[in-house]
Ligand binder design. Structure first.
Ligand code: TXA
Ligand code: MG
Length: 305
């Protein structure tokens, strides 16, 4: 009766069958849960945009199960891109490359570039392998809201619009993948994640890595919109515990243990929303390690409309 299937043999079989029928599924990855469709089914890809309430020009990430599939998606893979995927895949890195002609322009939002990621999560890999096709998947939340990190979050957000949710427990990392635009001579980080700018610079043995900080142009990541990842409560950001007023509002500490804070952040924000809190204080992590991505998400979640 339930649409939530444990990510065991039977659950994975059911998930692959649903994708083959052209349905959308909730797919666990190491970052957040995705809303996945078979890349070969354009009607299903269009349905992702409808369900998310996502503008059709906002491209999706194409998820693959084997590094060799990148060459099938890309018309060119730069040496820098090759170095990044060799180091980081499978894992929370998305690369933007020039799209091969056959890649669906529904998935790319009409762009001639495509975002590709090879997740480390076993369930995601298994589903993609058995399907025999890549799957396109944005985060499985309504557009602009907080990403889901459990199967229950997906059901809560998308209700009957998702045919099946594969449940593999809470996501290991809890913030979305690092996106690196590899289409230009100098790679640019469009969205920080648990793979940090320092990691990217070290892998490429160069300091010539741009870090996007604004919003412009159609090829920009939707996570670059000023307000995104937003809970209902107003977040008040503090660099120090000392500035948190004793006003009785809840406090989310992201400074003491940023890795644990990233793992729990979206679940915490959802929980505090469900309790009806209007104001939530957040103690910011230092801008290092996953703290870099946390600061990015928190600033976007805090920006007033
Ligand atoms: O960790 C993740 O990346 C998760 C899991 C499910 O894999 N996915 C995710 O997808 O966060 P989504 O749609 O919420 O964010 C994908 C981002 C968007 O901001 C989109 O604009 C950007 O990737 N993107 C996709 N294709 C792009 C392209 N060709 N050029 C620039 N940005 C692109
Ligand atoms: Mg998203």
């Amino acid at each position: 009766m339930s649409r939530v299937h444990t990510a065991n043999e039977a659950g994975i079989t059911a998930a692959v069958d649903a994708l083959r029928r052209g349905q959308l599924i909730g797919l666990p990855t190491e970052t957040v849960y995705g809303l996945a469709a078979d890349i070969a089914n354009e009607a299903a890809l269009r349905e992702i945009f409808r369900v998310k309430g996502r503008p059709s020009e906002h491209p999706l990430i194409v998820h693959i199960a084997d590094i060799s599939q990148l060459d099938g998606m890309a018309s060119y893979v730069s040496p820098a891109c090759r170095a990044l995927v060799d180091h980081c895949w499978p894992g929370p890195l998305t690369v933007v490359v020039t799209a091969a002609p056959h890649v669906s322009r529904v998935a790319t939002g009409g762009l001639d570039t495509v975002a590709v990621r090879l997740p480390s999560a076993g369930a995601a890999q298994e589903v993609i392998k058995r399907l025999g096709n890549a799957v396109a998947a944005p985060s499985a939340n309504r557009f602009g809201r907080v990403s889901p990190t459990t199967a229950q979050h997906v059901v809560h957000d998308l209700g009957d619009d998702v045919a099946l949710v594969l449940d593999d427990g809470p996501c290991e990392i809890g913030v979305e993948s690092t996106i690196v635009d590899c289409t230009k001579p100098q790679p640019e980080i469009l969205r920080p994640g648990s793979i940090t700018p320092e990691d990217v610079r070290r892998i490429l043995a160069t300091t010539d890595v741009d870090l996007a900080d604004g919003i412009s142009g159609p090829s920009r990541a939707s996570g670059m919109l000023a307000r995104h990842y937003a809970p209902l409560a107003n977040l008040v950001l503090h660099e120090q515990q000392a500035t948190v007023p004793p006003d009785g509002s809840p406090v989310v500490d992201c400074a003491t243990d940023p890795i644990a804070a990233a793992h729990d952040l979206y679940a915490n924000l959802r929980h505090l929303d469900a309790l009806g809190h209007r104001i939530v204080h957040v103690i910011m992590p230092r801008p290092e390690g996953v703290g870099f991505a946390l600061r990015d998400r928190l600033k976007k979640a805090a920006t007033a409309l």
